[in-house]
Design a protein around this ligand. Sequence first.
Ligand code: NDP
Length: 452
Amino acid sequence: MTAFDYDLFVIGGGSGGVRAARVAAGETGAKVGLAEESRYGGTCVIRGCVPKKLMVFASTYPVLASEGADYGWEMSAGAFDWGKFQARLNGELDRLEGIYRTLLSNAGVETFDQRAIVVDPHTVELADGSRKTAKHILVATGGWPMVPDLPGRELAITSNEIFHLPELPKSILIVGGGYIACEFACILNGLGVEVTQYYRGAQILRGFDDEARGLVSEAMIQKGIDIHLGTNVLEMKEADGGGIWVKATNGDEKVFDQVMYATGRAPNTTGLGLEELGIELARGGAVPVDAYSQTSVPSVYAIGDVTNRVNLTPVAIREGMAFVETVFKGNPTPVDHDLIPSAIFTQPEMGTVGLSEEAARAQEDIEVYATSFKPMQTSFIGRTDRVLMKLVVSKATRRVLGCHIVAPAAGEMIQLAGIAIKMGATKEDFDATVAVHPTMSEEIVTMRHPVR
Ligand code: NDP
């Protein structure tokens, strides 16, 4: 008999929190409570990966229609009905939220649709003032978009609001050069919005392989996105006659219908009570944890974006599973954050796993195998789109240290390449694999000579 109300109380009903709660309750019989102040499913389902990917799909049809026409079909894209798409999108998100709720209740998790904060190592307080005690508390509160301090910042929207716009803007300025900025620049451009993107650095997608991000940037510019590098916003004001007037560091003064900031996300720890417990938050407000997701207060754990380790849904889910394995199944399991494949859903997509050429070269002697070419499907109709297949190989061990693909469906490809690379495949293992012909990805096993 436990002296606590619960064996586990989870704060946050996103990907990580829901997984941990339902596995702990469903597979170990633990008594679990969970509080969520917004909608179940969290960032990924409600205002991130899922609606984003559906918008990616929506945005690709005009290009498909024009390609289809060049293949001989009588077709054209026509106009886009944002309201119709939005209604379907909202229906889908409601359906998914319903599934999350059902998964929790079927596992026997007691849910509270309100905010919870931590008041002592074994107690949380709900917004209605009631308190619940628990042997373990799991903080899985995720992150939130950050807009830097500048005059007029209240005029900007973030990725949270983009899905709810009553109508699509004619023009938009996107600020930032990371995942979210680049994905939405491509999505909105595909939907027919005039897109300008300001990025303060020398090239978008900092941290990714230089050659790969260079190709994505080139393709984005070619598709009509007006990218300004080394540029930031100084000031924003409501323009006379509507829109937002923006003054930039490059001297430009322009009016946009909307301005969207995608300048990073901060962990949701404000007012959560963790510092009062003696947990010293890291830079930006992240909760510091060890390899088992345990904080400096032994009964309090944290997983997902709130810990700012690798901010991706599948990683949060793994951290949740490892937490249950460690705490409720008596099998201490650290989370392996090495060689995580991921994709950026720009157009074309970038799929990446392991080290960039630059990071690998800083570490050891390497060989680089790369090929960039016009894929069959679009070169046939005279398009100039290029794709990139690239392997970064250790000279000493022959292991593939990094794989970078820029191509339609690169996200699908990198998932599979990621298995081989996670298993420690060498360049010779790739060479020993027979090509699937004719595909784009066959090039990944047919590159004979290093380019560098
Ligand atoms: P990122 O950290 O990827 O990018 C933030 C961007 O904003 C960078 O280009 C950064 O510039 C710039 N920036 C930061 N501060 C300022 C400032 N004060 N003024 C101007 N520019 C600024 O964050 P995102 O918001 O794009 O994404 C958050 C996280 O969400 C990602 O790290 C990722 O883990 C996850 N995500 C994953 C996706 C996927 O897997 N497909 C999709 C979307 C999000 P600089 O480079 O100079 O620092």
